[in-house]
Design a binder for this molecule. Sequence first.
Ligand SMILES: Cc1cc2nc3c(=O)[nH]c(=O)nc-3n(C[C@H](O)[C@H](O)[C@H](O)COP(=O)(O)OP(=O)(O)OC[C@H]3O[C@@H](n4cnc5c(N)ncnc54)[C@H](O)[C@@H]3O)c2cc1C
Length: 434
Amino acid sequence: MTDDRSTRTDRSQAHTPATRTTRTTACVVGGGPAGVMLGFLLARAGVRVTVLEKHADFLRDFRGDTVHPSTLELLTELGLRERLEKVHHQRISQVCFDRDGQQVTAVDFSHLPVRHPYVALVPQWDFLEMLAAQADTYPEFDLRRNAEAYELVREDGRVVGVRFRDPDGDHVVRAALTFATDGRHSTIRQASGLRSRTFGAPMDVVWFRLPRKDEDPLEEALTLRLRSGRGVAAIPRDTYWQLAYIIRKGGFGALRAQGIDALRRGVAETVPFLADRVDQLAGFEDTSVLEVRVDRLRRWHQPGLLLLGDAAHAMSPLGGVGINLAVQDAVAAANMLTEPLRTAQNLGTPVPERALAAVQHRRQVPTIATQTFQRFVQSVAVAPMLRADPDDHTARMPVPPLVLPLVRRPLGRLIGLGIRPEHVRTRPASAART
Ligand SMILES: Cc1cc2nc3c(=O)[nH]c(=O)nc-3n(C[C@H](O)[C@H](O)[C@H](O)COP(=O)(O)OP(=O)(O)OC[C@H]3O[C@@H](n4cnc5c(N)ncnc54)[C@H](O)[C@@H]3O)c2cc1C
């Protein structure tokens, strides 16, 4: 990476007297699972990469923590499995539905033909810190925190980088290829003008924590408790339960209007062992809402630009696949684009758009299949449950076909490994910093 300092001449000069231009090979906007994994793989393969992350650290709102067997397999291929072991985490090998007290196993990972047939519940910030620390051992890796991209730089119809701001002012990164991995509300997606297809979702999810006690049940299966009008998943963490409270789409306003006691009561009725501590949920300020959306871009690329992860396809939280699909996208992109990027780095030639189209072609099949599965479960299991009157205790939940024993293992495979699981094909090209 090289830095040029130049004096700005535009109207923002009054606020930011100097602009720094960084020249690199790959610019990755967004340091989530897709961006950090991609940055790591490219740097490891000898490609200069600058990752821009708008936050100062990874330690922020809960954003899911399900590291699936497919990702564990990739970490093993990368020699990072032992590092992950050092990060405190829980393991689950099954997902169950509890319908009015009756428990049925819906998904079973324990028979998968992999070294780690379980889901590791790893706090996302720990997962990202681990990857970033490993990436940072390569001199080609440049992670800029507090760096928010806000505009694409185009020349002759081609994206040649981005503008970003950090505490020092406004700057530019110029790159042979720009990747947008800036999540479901992607600024770069919006700036690109690429069009997406949006699919409905019947639910939103309210997230919050409650303390965990030694005498709490030891849950080796992740259980989704379904009741009329709501569902609750309790995810075990070190000292607390991370709770996902599923409500009707757009229903958060109505829930708020009922007051915090309604939420406390809903939790106590659905997860009885938490009834003794629901009062510790002080108010709605202790909660955050995930507005569930399912969408995907029709085209994931433009000359000089490729979108990956949630920026290309926002997933429903069903199956907890979002992190894993984002990581798989990153691995596929690194596998397919390292050579063109090396050529660009050495000869200054552009990365051909057909190489970007090939990445989309490879990754859109698993994306479409997974979203189709999620939309099916949403319509046959989640929507009827949420339509039911919460006060009607006689209402029966529809039996979701996926709880049939015959599909437990196939579902374990679909969710745990995904369709067309990726493997790391790139080799370390540069010496790691010691
Ligand atoms: C509350 C919640 C719970 C979830 N639970 C799960 C779960 O249990 N399992 C699961 O697999 N998935 C879960 N997900 C989804 C999962 O978090 C995403 O699918 C996954 O993180 C997508 O990874 P990504 O790298 O594509 O994008 P993100 O993880 O969204 O990362 C995007 C990154 O880009 C940064 N960024 C955004 N804009 C800019 C900009 N302009 N400039 C620079 N940086 C920028 C953001 O700060 C962020 O770090 C959950 C999501 C939420 C919100």
